[in-house]
Design a protein around this ligand. Structure first.
Ligand SMILES: Cc1cc2nc3c(=O)[nH]c(=O)nc-3n(C[C@H](O)[C@H](O)[C@H](O)COP(=O)(O)O)c2cc1C
Length: 215
């Protein structure tokens, strides 16, 4: 049975990003895979400390010297059949939780060698699921795809395959738009997105999961 690991890079454990990841994992399970979800918000860990242990010629490559809560997950990912990375967009980029996680996962499996820059042990199918306030027009205006391109690029280099990508836009950020300063938002448009667009995004995430489990 295929094993798919998912990582939630949102500090909110059960909100938009979780829902999108959950739908994707439902798709994986429908396609016969077993799944496991890690909440980065529950774990104590740091980003890369730039010690270059992973590139030291005297030790086997592909291992991070930092020992913390994500150390076993970095090793477990080498054994799995698919990786789902879910992140909210913060200040036009991935959340710091996900950025720190990827620094550790990707840099420890990357060596400065043009011929074989990756030491990751196999080709691993993956999916990036992004959630954000912006709609498509806003995404274009703020060049979100260009901002996120390096993550896709390094995924191809290190995991050996282009990731599947899903942008879930115009998310419902909090339950009560009257309670918080929200003048920047067209709340009626937000409501409409929540009612009509969000279910479609969940369905797309499910489809990504089915595809991932079949790769
Ligand atoms: C610190 C912070 C920064 C944010 N910056 C952006 C942003 O630059 N662009 C955007 O579209 N949404 C931004 N958002 C909104 C979130 O990306 C969006 O609501 C997301 O769906 C939240 O995911 P969650 O429900 O899993 O927490 C920001 C939210 C926070 C808390």
């Amino acid at each position: 049975m295929k094993k798919i690991i998912a990582i939630n890079g949102s500090p909110r454990r059960h909100n938009n990003t979780y829902d999108i990841i959950r739908a994707c994992l439902d798709g994986c399970e429908e396609a016969g895979a077993e799944t496991k979800l890690y909440q980065l918000a529950d774990l104590k860990f740091s980003g890369c400390v730039s010690c270059f242990y992973c590139k030291n010629k005297a030790v086997p490559h592909g291992h991070c010297s930092v020992k913390d809560d994500i150390s076993p997950i970095l090793e477990e990912i080498k054994e799995c059949d698919g990786l789902v990375l879910g992140a909210p967009i913060y200040f036009m980029n991935i959340s710091s939780l996900m950025a720190a996680f990827l620094e550790r996962l990707y840099f420890s499996n990357y060596i400065y060698n043009f011929d074989t820059p990756t030491v990751f042990p196999k080709e691993l199918p993956s999916a990036f699921l992004y959630t954000m306030n912006l709609d498509e027009k806003g995404m274009e205006h703020f060049h979100i795809e260009s901002m996120l391109w390096p993550f896709q690029k390094f995924t191809k280099v290190i995991l050996g395959r282009q990731p599947e990508i899903l942008y879930a836009c115009d998310t419902w950020q909090y339950p009560d738009y009257d309670k918080f300063e929200s003048g920047m938002f067209d709340v009626e448009k937000k409501k409409d997105s929540r009612a009509n667009r969000w279910p479609k995004d969940l369905e797309k995430a499910k489809e990504v999961g089915r595809k991932l489990a079949a790769l």
